[in-house]
Design a protein around this ligand. Sequence first.
Ligand SMILES: [Zn+2]
Length: 163
Amino acid sequence: MNSPMTYRKYETTDGLRIQLSEEVFKKIQEHCVRHYPKEFGGIFYGSINSNTDTAMVEDIIVSKWFVNTTVLFRRIAWYFNWRLKQIHRRSNGQLYYIGEWHTHPNAAPFPSTTDLKAMCRIANNPNIRIKTPILLIIGYDGRQINECFYIYLNQNLTSYARL
Ligand SMILES: [Zn+2]
């Protein structure tokens, strides 16, 4: 596939940025629709460009081992950890975990208190190198996708706007 990639870009009011390809976003949308009306999610890996404060999403990881209902999604950690180790090694350390994504079926893409707690746990996990993980929440009502990105920073989730 040599077609030029188009990117979706997001930015916080403080100038922090996220970039992900339309191709990756499409994959997320497909998972969202397929699992509707149940929640689904996965993780992002990529890299952080510290010169431009940009989280560059390379791709997502999803697993077939999970528990989900219309209001809950739980993933089993070992598979993601194993895949991340592999990706980290094969990219000579250039690609690593950068955050989480999950759907909110029939709800707005606003973080719940559970979401905030989960991001806090991730940021404080000594095994995770990134201290400001990103979170994408996808609201979907069966017709329309409504996404919002956040970054965990200063014990809070700050939202990004799409550019
Ligand atoms: Zn949530």
